[in-house]
Design a protein around this ligand. Structure first.
Ligand SMILES: Cc1cc2nc3c(=O)[nH]c(=O)nc-3n(C[C@H](O)[C@H](O)[C@H](O)COP(=O)(O)OP(=O)(O)OC[C@H]3O[C@@H](n4cnc5c(N)ncnc54)[C@H](O)[C@@H]3O)c2cc1C
Ligand code: FES
Length: 347
């Protein structure tokens, strides 16, 4: 069964199969709705259903008028009119699956692995700086990891993976990987990409391995000879969380459009740099943000605190805050069936 999806206030119409999500159908038709995890956890894809009924995994049956619906989990049960946060025309999304071979594994600190994968048979991928891939596991489950390499280095990918204690992928599978191991990956996904239309200064904020997509973004800007002003704040508890500190320091020494501020919340006694929460350090330096863009990646708590404080006290425009929260990206095990879950925090 196929249903018609229309968009409130827009001349946009596309078809969606009953077993397809609204987000997937929009992409298939060449429209981009903001999203991050695609698992019903991060809430980036939240939008309204104005008319019609959808089955929404984790939220139950939603009938219009209802807000806060996860469009990445919504499957139509009637024709729908939806009200996403934003929607724009893109090339229809084309993704590839590769059986990629592990070329190198490095461990800059005990908690982080940097993995280089090479695509087979001269395969190349097309992706945008800041996007992520999905690692497919043999039991059908998957995990998301951001590409740390820039798009022009497209014969493989570099991933920065933080070890989560007890983690199915980041501990169990990762510790058994070695040079030559094969990982099935699908890419590209994600909307955490630099807004090319803006030339205003961009504040980049990372915690831990949230540095991965930011590395891709900055290396892409370097490749394009861009001079757009970027200021990176990289936060962690201790210095080991900022596991590649010399790289952004090198960029800052070389390019006058790039600045770097590492921030530690629990530093050792000899730390000379900034301390405290990373987003608070940004606010100390930029108390007024109406003319900035912010790109925040990593810990979900940092991202929600930054969004609230920047868009509140510091007057950042809502649409100028871009983020990828590294929420757990395993399959949802708990089916929530009540509309009461809508608008409730899910992490
Ligand atoms: C869009 C996106 C991009 C991502 N990119 C990266 C990346 O570049 N690098 C990276 O290291 N991670 C990234 N992640 C997180 C990653 O996808 C996994 O969720 C993470 O590696 C944990 O997977 P796992 O199988 O090891 O642990 P799981 O088996 O999924 O989880 C084990 C336990 O740890 C908890 N847990 C899972 N993740 C976290 C967490 N982040 N913090 C605290 N507790 C957690 C779970 O709730 C569970 O109880 C990204 C997530 C998203 C949504
Ligand atoms: S993209 Fe839908 S909840 Fe994360």
């Amino acid at each position: 069964m196929t249903y018609q999806i229309t968009v409130t206030g827009e001349d946009i119409k596309f078809e969606c199969d009953a077993d397809e999500t609204v987000l997937d159908a929009a992409e298939r038709a060449g429209y981009s709705i903001p999203y991050s995890c695609r698992k019903g956890v991060c809430s980036s894809c939240e939008g309204g259903i104005t008319v019609g009924t959808a089955a929404v995994r984790g939220q139950g049956t939603c009938s219009g008028q209802v807000d806060g619906v996860f469009l990445c989990q919504a499957r139509p049960r009637t024709d729908l009119e939806i009200a996403p946060k934003s929607i724009k025309k893109i090339e229809p999304v084309s993704r590839k699956v590769f059986d990629a071979k592990v070329r190198k594994i490095e461990q800059p600190t005990p908690d982080v692995s940097v993995i280089s994968l090479r695509f087979p048979n001269g395969g190349r991928s097309v992706f945008l700086a800041g996007q992520y891939l999905s690692v497919q596991m043999t039991d059908g489950d998957s995990r998301n990891y951001s590409m740390a390499n820039p798009p022009h280095k497209n014969d493989g990918v570099e991933l920065h993976i933080r070890h989560v204690p007890g983690g199915k992928f980041s501990e169990t599978i990762l510790t058994n990987l070695e040079k030559g191991s094969i990982l099935s990956v699908e890419l590209p996904f994600g909307t955490f990409t630099l807004n090319e239309e803006a030339q205003t200064k961009a504040i980049l904020i990372a915690t831990g391995t949230g540095f991965a997509p930011i590395k891709s973004i900055v290396e892409d800007q370097i490749k394009q000879n861009s001079t757009r002003a970027l200021h990176l704040y990289w936060g962690g508890n201790t210095e080991t969380d900022i596991y590649m500190q010399t790289l952004p320091q090198k960029w800052a020494d070389k390019y006058d459009w790039f600045s770097f501020t590492p921030v530690l919340s629990d530093p050792a006694g000899d730390w000379q740099g900034r301390t405290g929460f990373v987003h608070k350090a940004v606010q100390e330096d930029y108390s007024d943000m109406p003319n900035l863009e912010v790109y925040a990646c990593g810990a979900p708590m940092m991202i929600s605190a930054a969004q609230e404080d920047f868009c509140g006290d510091s007057k950042l425009k809502e649409e100028a805050f871009y983020s990828d929260a590294f929420v757990p990206s395993g399959e949802l095990t708990e089916e929530k069936t009540s509309l009461e879950t809508i608008k409730q925090p899910t992490i």
